[in-house]
Design a protein around this ligand. Structure first.
Ligand SMILES: Cc1ncc(COP(=O)(O)O)c(C=O)c1O
Length: 364
C-alpha cells in the first residue's frame, strides 16, 4: 500500500494551521479582481504604478524614498555594496544564519567581493557586546528582525537603540533585514517608522506576512535609493513591467497590514498548544512575531508518521516540511497567516490531544 508522504498528506488537509493559503494563480486573480484594466504598466522602473507604491512604502517606513525590487536577495546585496563603496571598506557584519550567509549562494562575496564578519552564534541573536567587541572595521552591520533561522527571535528594543547609537558614533551603517518587519511591530509596540529610524537603510518583503506574489522594498535616503536604482539596472532587476507584483503587493498590504496583531496573538496561542505536548517545544517558547519553530525531541523518520496520522484523522495541517535537526530531533517552521482563524477549535484541540498522546507513547 502506498503511504502518503508528509507533503502529500499536508496538501490534502482541510485546515492548515499556518500561512495564508495555497500559492496558486488565485492569489493573483483575487488581487486583480477590483483593479481597472486601463491602468498602465510602469516602464523600467518609471511610471505611476511603481512610483505611487514606492511613495506609500517610503511613508510607511519613515524614509525619504523607497524602491521596488523583484527580490530581497537583490535589494540587500545592493544595499551592502552601496555602503561598502561609500566607506571604501569591503566588509560587513551579520548573523551566521542570516539569509545572505546561508541562502544566497555567496552572492555578496562572489558578485561584490565583500568580506563578512559573523557576529553572535547560531543559537542567539546579535547583542550589543557582539557589536562593541568587533575588532574589524566594517562598512555596515545588517540586523535581521526577527532572526528567522532561530525561530524568529528578537533583541530587546533597548538593545536595538543602543546598537544603533553605537553604529552611528563609529560610522558603521545599519541595514535592516526587515523581511518580516510588520510582523514584529506588535511585540515591539512600535510603528514601522519608529523601528526604521534606528537604521540607515531598510528592506521589507512583500510576500511573507503581507502575502503578495513576490517582491521587496528597499528604503533610505534619496541619495541611497537613487544609487540602488542604478545597481538594480546593473543586476537586470529593472524589468520592463513589474506591475503584477506591485499591484498585488499593494492589494495584500492593504488587506493584511492591519492583521499583524491578530497573527501575533494567534502564534502565541498555537505555540502554547505545542508546548503542552510531551517531547515538543517551540522556539521561542513565547513567540515574538507571527512565526516560531516547532521542535520534536524525536527523529524525523519517527515523527513524520505521527504527524501524517493526525493530519489524516483530523484534517488539521501541522506541516508539510519536517526537517532533520540531528539524528535525535527534528523541527519545522510555522508562520501564522489568514488560515488560522478559520480552524475549528474542537478539531484543533483534538489534534493536539492526539499529538500529546502519540508523542508520549513514542517515548515509552
Ligand atoms: C530574512 C530574509 N531575508 C531575505 C530574504 C530574501 O528574500 P527574497 O526571497 O525576496 O529574495 C528572505 C527570504 O526568505 C528572508 O527570509
Amino acid at each position: 500500500m502506498h503511504t502518503k508522504s508528509l507533503q502529500e498528506s499536508y496538501s490534502l488537509v482541510k485546515y492548515p494551521l499556518a500561512g495564508h493559503g495555497k500559492r496558486n494563480v488565485e492569489v493573483l486573480k483575487k488581487a486583480f479582481e477590483q483593479i481597472s484594466g486601463s491602468i498602465e504598466s510602469e516602464m523600467y522602473g518609471k511610471g505611476k504604478v511603481i512610483e505611487d507604491f514606492q511613495d506609500k512604502m517610503a511613508n510607511l517606513l519613515g524614509k525619504e524614498a523607497a524602491v521596488f525590487f523583484p527580490s530581497g536577495t537583490m535589494a540587500q546585496q545592493i544595499a551592502l555594496r552601496i555602503w561598502c563603496d561609500e566607506k571604501g571598506v569591503a566588509k560587513v557584519a551579520y548573523h551566521p544564519l542570516s539569509h545572505l550567509e546561508i541562502h544566497e549562494e555567496d552572492g555578496l562575496k562572489e558578485l561584490h567581493h565583500i568580506e563578512t564578519v559573523l557576529l553572535a552564534d547560531q543559537t542567539r541573536v546579535i547583542e550589543l557586546d557582539d557589536v562593541t567587541g568587533m575588532e574589524e572595521d566594517v562598512a555596515c552591520l545588517l540586523l535581521e528582525l526577527p532572526q528567522r533561522e532561530i525561530g524568529g527571535q528578537l533583541p530587546d528594543y533597548g538593545t536595538l537603540e543602543k546598537i544603533s547609537a553605537y553604529c552611528r558614533e563609529k560610522g558603521i551603517k545599519l541595514q535592516l533585514d526587515g523581511a518580516r518587519l510588520l510582523e514584529v511591530l506588535p511585540y515591539y509596540k512600535k510603528t514601522a517608522a519608529e523601528v526604521c529610524a534606528l537604521f540607515d537603510s531598510v528592506y521589507v518583503s512583500l510576500y511573507k506576512g503581507i502575502g503578495g506574489i513576490a517582491g521587496a522594498v528597499l528604503a533610505g535616503s534619496k541619495e541611497f535609493t537613487e544609487k540602488s536604482k542604478v545597481w538594480k539596472r546593473r543586476h537586470g532587476g529593472d524589468l520592463i513591467s513589474l506591475y503584477p507584483y506591485i499591484l498585488s503587493a499593494d492589494y495584500y498590504y492593504d488587506q493584511r497590514s492591519g492583521k499583524m496583531d491578530a497573527y501575533y496573538e494567534e502564534a502565541k496561542e498555537l505555540a502554547q498548544l505545542y508546548n503542552s505536548c510531551e517531547g515538543v517545544y517551540t522556539l521561542p517558547t513565547i513567540p515574538v512575531s507571527n512565526m516560531f519553530h516547532v521542535h520534536f525531541e524525536h527523529p524525523k523518520g519517527e515523527t513524520e508518521p505521527i504527524l501524517i496520522q493526525i493530519q489524516e484523522e483530523t484534517g488539521i495541517g501541522f506541516t508539510g516540511n519536517l526537517r532533520e535537526k540531528d539524528s535525535h530531533s527534528s523541527y519545522y517552521e510555522v508562520s501564522i497567516g489568514d488560515l488560522y482563524e478559520g480552524v475549528p477549535k474542537d478539531l484543533l484541540n483534538q489534534s493536539f490531544q492526539l499529538l500529546n498522546e502519540k508523542m508520549a507513547k513514542a517515548f515509552e
